[in-house]
Design a protein around this ligand. Structure first.
Ligand SMILES: *Cc1c(COP(=O)(O)O)cnc(C)c1O
Length: 337
């Protein structure tokens, strides 16, 4: 099976497993896990941010950030396709008691003008807008990336209106590689950033939340409340350290593989349209509404696993367990459909 369902399906490499096996550990709730402390510091230093917090999932890092940045009754601004809204179980309402203003962005990306329009006036009738969240790359946007100027324009608005600015950077490293941007740019621009180690970086588990010392101090308290205080979790943090040191530059390979797949899909009779491919995600639309699950089944019979993200849309995600040979085989199989 060639598994394109998600970049979360990767298994740790022998080198990563060796790093995990040899990890020095301690009780992290006591702050004594050397490997977790090292990972948090390493990630914070990469982004030029003050501190980091290791969590079991990207959902938890996002939800903790939203909780710290808001008060119950506040409103969060994000794109309608945002993971924080679509795929976190209603957590914004459940965990933070906040409401959401959804924007109709372009492949998951919103503009400063849209954000400006969505900020509520200071009026007793209206929810208090307190947080803007961006997602880069955008998952439902097909791995689309923000232009840097669009991010800084939204930053300026947040500063002007006293809003917190959070980045869901589950696949931020894909954006950095695709756009030749630096983590420091992002660290200097957002109040908090969530990065996932379990996506395209190839770790079995884990995300890191980054921010100022005081923000992370408050986040650490909510991590405990959310049940995310782990003990000798340095065994999994060691995978994160390995990934940050070894698995970022290679993302270019995934992007090249994604391009190859997209080029081969373009113009096939059963493909209506391939969304622009900027990183490791390919989303394509089918002619017939409701036909995505059937095509996913046909692909499965050809040993290709894909995911129907909408009744007429299929998503393929390239990752570090996908080899050049697998890409070639996949393209051959497409020819049989
Ligand atoms: C995967 C993902 C997350 C976090 O998901 P977890 O499975 O909870 O780690 C957050 N945001 C985006 C955009 C994602 O793709």
């Amino acid at each position: 099976m060639i598994d394109y369902r998600s970049d979360t399906v990767t298994k740790p490499s022998p080198e990563m497993l060796k790093a995990m096996w040899n990890a020095p550990v301690g009780d992290d709730v006591f702050g004594e896990d050397t490997s977790i402390n090292e990972l948090e510091q390493l990630a914070a230093d990469m982004f030029g941010m003050e501190a980091g917090l290791f969590c079991p999932s990207g959902t938890m890092t996002n939800q903790i950030a939203i909780k710290v940045h808001t008060q119950p009754g506040d409103e969060v601004i994000c794109d309608a396709d945002a993971h924080i809204y679509q795929y976190e179980g209603g957590g914004i309402a459940f965990n933070a008691g906040a409401s959401v203003k959804l924007l109709a962005g372009d492949r998951g990306r919103v503009t400063a003008a849209q954000v400006a329009n969505a900020i509520n006036p200071d009026d007793v009738h209206r929810a208090r807008t307190s947080l803007v969240c961006l997602e880069n790359t955008s998952n439902r946007g097909g791995g689309s990336c923000y232009e840097w100027e669009d991010i800084t324009a939204i930053r300026a608005l947040c500063t002007q209106h006293g809003l917190a600015f959070h980045l869901d950077g589950a696949r931020l490293f894909n954006a950095l590689v695709a756009k030749s941007q630096t983590p420091q740019q992002y660290g200097a621009t957002f109040d908090s950033i969530s990065i996932c180690l379990s996506k395209s970086l190839g770790c079995p588990v884990g995300s890191v939340l980054l921010g100022k010392k005081e923000f992370i101090r408050r986040a650490r308290r909510f991590r405990k409340v959310f049940g995310g205080g782990m003990r000798q979790a340095g065994y999994i943090a060691a995978a994160g350290i390995y990934a940050l040191k070894n698995n970022i530059d290679r993302l270019q390979e995934d992007h090249a593989h994604a391009r190859q797949l997209a080029d081969s899909l373009e113009g096939r009779s059963w493909v209506k349209r391939v969304l622009p491919v900027e990183t490791n995600i390919i989303i394509f639309e089918l002619h017939e509404a409701g036909s995505a699950p059937a095509l996913v089944q046909k692909l499965k019979e050809l040993d290709i696993l894909a995911y129907a993200i909408a009744p007429d849309r299929i998503r393929l995600v390239v990752h570090l367990d996908i080899t050049a040979g697998m890409i070639e085989r996949t393209i051959k199989q497409f020819g049989k459909l």
